[in-house]
Ligand binder design. Structure first.
Ligand SMILES: [Mg+2]
Length: 416
């Protein structure tokens, strides 16, 4: 029985990156906004802004009212991702990162000789200091140490900013009793309502319920896992087999043309193919959908097309089918485009290409992935995608590779 997981969370991450980069913002209330218009809202805010009652989700107009001195700055996703990669690299000098949970959260597994609380705390202190010394002295992070990842995250949330909290087996379940149900990661409004309907009002109630009760409340095995997690056990969720890799994009007004939408579809297909190769799957079907713009005040029906691929992993084969599907769509002004690769087969059971030409195309696609991983996602791209860059977004639960340079300053090579 010992500490197994370290969870690290960067505090007020986007806002503190802005304060790190711009000394004028330090010590001041800062709100990070996607666009600086009154109807927009803060997607992050500094602790100084929080003290004035500004939160993530507060509208810009309301933030200005509550905190007249607030500095509103435009979000710079590329910069946050770049700093994220530097933080990961710094953390890895101390412990291998097991999971990157989001752009500002990651967890590491402690080795056998690192699991005593005094040793684990010493590692965590060194790790935090290395981030402040090496990445930025105005960044802050909190660390939680616990026997499993759920409790490590709970510990991490307990003291912010700059906290370091241990929850060990001996502290359970008492260390959790002061929390609200919604403080537990994975319990949101609907789950809370279900728990209350079952007579669970507090975390103490939750900890006291037998395993069978939790199984019934959650409606399955997940409830049993919660019973174990709350006791410091580690249980693994069996990896569910992935059935589909896909992306969709709401077109900005200037790309709502046949040519613009085609470029985006192509970009989405290339990204999906790259992700599929990274996950070691082969696709058997390609799916394309286009949602048209309103016509005379009503949305025309969504158009969907599907094509059989055989068993493919290479981008050229996927693009060829995409082109065929694209030609079949009705001529309407597009608003949203989505591309997915479906019917995925894991690497070990896929039929490999028989012909040397097909094999070479798979190798070429993998080579393109390697170059793009090293030099940024658009270092090499298909000629028909030129000028079709889709804005970068940071998805929850994953972090895209940092673009180290733009098309122009890399002097990109168009491939395909
Ligand atoms: Mg955070």
């Amino acid at each position: 029985m010992a500490l197994r997981l370290l969870f690290l969370d960067m505090n007020a991450y986007f806002a503190s990156v802005e304060q790190q980069d711009n000394p004028d913002l330090r010590g001041r209330p800062v709100g990070v906004v996607p666009v600086d218009v009154d109807s927009s809202c803060c997607i992050a805010c500094s602790y100084e802004a929080r003290a004035a009652g500004v939160r993530t989700g507060t509208r810009v107009s309301e933030a200005r009212r509550r905190c007249p001195g607030i500095a509103l700055v435009r979000a710079r996703p590329e910069r946050y991702i770049e700093i994220h990669h530097r933080i990961v690299a710094t953390v890895e000098k101390h412990l291998p990162v097991e999971t990157v949970h989001s752009v500002d959260e990651m967890s590491c597994r402690l080795m056998r000789n690192e699991r005593e609380p005094a040793d684990a705390v010493a590692i965590a202190r060194r790790m935090k200091q290395a981030i402040y010394d090496g990445v930025g002295g105005h960044l802050r992070c909190s660390v939680g140490l616990a026997p499993n990842v759920l409790l490590a995250k709970v510990a991490c949330e307990m003291h912010k900013p700059d906290g370091l909290t241990v929850i060990d087996h001996g502290d359970l379940p008492g260390a959790l009793h002061h929390l609200a149900l919604r403080d537990l990661p994975g319990i949101a409004r609907r789950m809370e309502a279900r728990l209350r309907a079952a007579g669970v009002e507090t975390v103490a109630d939750l900890c006291a319920r037998p395993k069978a009760d939790l199984r019934r409340i959650w409606g399955g095995i997940v409830g049993e896992r919660w019973w174990h997690w709350l006791r410091g056990d580690e249980t693994y969720l069996a990896p569910t087999r992935r059935r589909c890799v896909g992306h969709e994009h709401v077109l900005p007004p200037h790309l709502r043309t046949d040519h613009g939408a085609w470029g985006v579809a192509l970009h989405l297909a290339c990204r999906a193919a790259m992700r599929m190769r990274k996950l070691r799957y082969w696709a058997t079907h390609l799916h394309l959908f286009v949602r048209p713009m309103k016509e005379n005040g009503v949305f025309p029906p969504l158009w969907e097309g599907k094509a059989r691929l055989g068993s493919v992993q290479d981008t050229p084969a996927i693009v060829e089918k995409l082109r065929t599907l694209w030609a079949q769509r009705p001529p309407r002004r597009p608003m949203i485009v989505g591309v997915s690769l479906t019917g995925l087969i894991p690497d070990r059971s896929a039929t490999r290409p028989l012909f040397p030409g097909e094999r070479r195309r798979v190798e070429l696609s993998r080579a393109v992935d390697t170059i793009n991983e090293r030099h940024g996602p658009n270092a090499v791209y298909f000629g028909s995608m030129h000028g079709m860059a889709v804005p970068l977004r940071i998805p929850f639960g994953g972090v895209p590779e940092v673009p180290r340079a733009t098309h122009a300053d890399l002097g990109s090579t168009a491939a395909g």
